[in-house]
Every structure is written in structure tokens, then in C-alpha cells.
Design a protein around this ligand. Sequence first.
Ligand SMILES: Cc1cc2nc3c(=O)[nH]c(=O)nc-3n(C[C@H](O)[C@H](O)[C@H](O)COP(=O)(O)OP(=O)(O)OC[C@H]3O[C@@H](n4cnc5c(N)ncnc54)[C@H](O)[C@@H]3O)c2cc1C
Length: 269
Amino acid sequence: MHVPKVLEIKEVFEESETVKTFIFDWDMNSEYMIPQPGQFMMLWNFEDEKPMSISSIDPVNGQLGISIKKVGEFTSNVHKLGKGDKLGLRGPYGNGFNLKGSKILAVGGGIGMAPIASLVDYALIRGVKVDVVSASLTLDELLFVNRMKKAGVSVFTCTDDGTCGFQGFATDRVEAILMDHDYDMIVTCGPELMMNGILEMAKKHEIPAQFSIERWMKCAMGICGQCCVDDTGWRVCVEGPVFWSHEVNLIKEFGEYRRDSSGTRNYYK
Ligand SMILES: Cc1cc2nc3c(=O)[nH]c(=O)nc-3n(C[C@H](O)[C@H](O)[C@H](O)COP(=O)(O)OP(=O)(O)OC[C@H]3O[C@@H](n4cnc5c(N)ncnc54)[C@H](O)[C@@H]3O)c2cc1C
């Protein structure tokens, strides 16, 4: 599993101006190759390799999807590729989401909707009821709203500029929803300050919560130590990327800073 498989891109979907989903055939015959929602792959374009969550898992047709937001050199180069072009994939890596209870609230901010989308599919198949909050800067960047609605999920949207009808952050939306809905669990992925706000709300409402966090990754298999967090030393690529609230509480840097490729701390505020 640590050797990249060079695979043809089977399909490309434009989700928004900045996000594309790439579909690959993936051999799911052996148990450890079947991706779980919340796990990620290392994507190799024969020059560089970057971590990417799995946004769709289709064990019946043996396919997985990766949704990529164009932010820099690597992601811009991948966006230029189309059906029939090749990329390398290794994984799946990390600790995915764990379903608990029969009704969950799934909150995705921006491209953080990628692992949330595959979790929603997974939960629905298992008879778990899911409400989704999809948040972004503006309406055109809201991800997977139609896909979620088609699957029968209630979707609450919010954008910073109010173009979707609700102006505010995901945390504002979640706070309002928690006033009159009960959930057995919250799962979330997105900007860390957003997740930090959700951590506080989950505590206040005593709802178990899981957080998919990002740190700079190199090897993705727990050897290099690049993605270790202060002070626990947990490797986000192995012990994460999904952590429970009680674990996040022990991660001193959560919501404060994250390290770049050189190990330098970058503070959020
Ligand atoms: C577990 C995990 C899952 C992710 N899932 C997705 C996803 O589903 N879709 C998606 O679009 N993006 C995802 N990312 C982020 C993605 O890896 C970065 O956007 C990408 O590496 C940017 O590369 P770039 O050269 O285009 O941009 P750059 O300009 O090089 O980087 C832009 C920003 O991306 C992040 N980044 C860059 N390289 C890495 C790296 N090796 N490891 C971690 N973060 C990095 C940093 O925050 C950096 O500031 C995920 C990251 C992690 C850690």
C-alpha cells in the first residue's frame, strides 16, 4: 500500500470554479485497501506528492473520488489533467470517522466537505440520519449540496457573503441548529478556527464530536514526524487525521498554530 499505483483518471467533475473531483478505479478486493470515510490518499503527479481526502467511495463499482481545490502549484497542475491522464495514488491512510448513534450533524467548511461527503454516503447506507451544514465564502463555492440533497439529506448552507440566503459562519449556523435539533454526534472538517468553535459548542451541548484535521504531511506513514502535533506528538497521518473532542483537547496547538514544511509555527491569529 505504500507504493503508488499509477492509475488513469476515469472521470472529472467540475464542482465549482476552484474544485474538481477526479474518479479512479480502485481495487477493493483486499480489506485493507477499502477506504473508510475520513481516510486520505497520497496523490503523486510524478513531481510532488500531496495528501487528499477521499470524497467518494464506491465499493460496488470499485471506484474512489478525490476532490481537489486549486490553491497552489501542485493542485493547479492536477487541475489541468483530464480523463485518460495518469496520476499515482497510495493509501488509504489514517484513522477515519467512527459512527456513533443514529442521528449525526456533519459540518464541512470549504474543501472540508470532501471527507464529509463520503461519510454522509457511508452513514446513510447504515441507516444513520444525517443533517449537513455546508459552508463557504460564497454561493458558487458551496460543495456537494445537490449530491447531498439527492441522497435525501437535509442541507443547511451558509456563506460569508450571504449569497446562499444565510450570511454567517458555519459556527453561527450550527449554533442556531443546535437550539432545536438533537444529535448523537457531530463530525466536522474545515478551517481550524471553524472547528475550534464547533469544539466549544459540542462541549456546551455535551455532544460527542470528531474533527478531521490537517497538518503538513510528507511520508504519510508515520515515519518522518512532519505532522506531529504539540504536545502529544501524535502523528496526524497515523493517529489522525480524525480525532475525538477529548483528544483534540490535548492538542495544544489546535486552533492556535500549525507548522509549515520547515517546521516553523504559523499562528492562525
Ligand atoms: C489529511 C489531509 C487531507 C486533505 N484533503 C484535501 C482534499 O480533499 N482536497 C484538497 O483540495 N486539499 C486537501 N488537503 C490539502 C492539500 O494537501 C493541499 O491543498 C495541497 O497540498 C496544496 O498544494 P499546492 O502545491 O497546490 O499548494 P501550496 O501553495 O504548496 O500549499 C497551499 C497550502 O496547502 C497546504 N499544504 C501544502 N502542501 C501540503 C502537504 N504536503 N501536507 C499538508 N498540507 C499541505 C498548506 O496549508 C499550504 O499552505 C488535505 C490535507 C491533509 C493534510
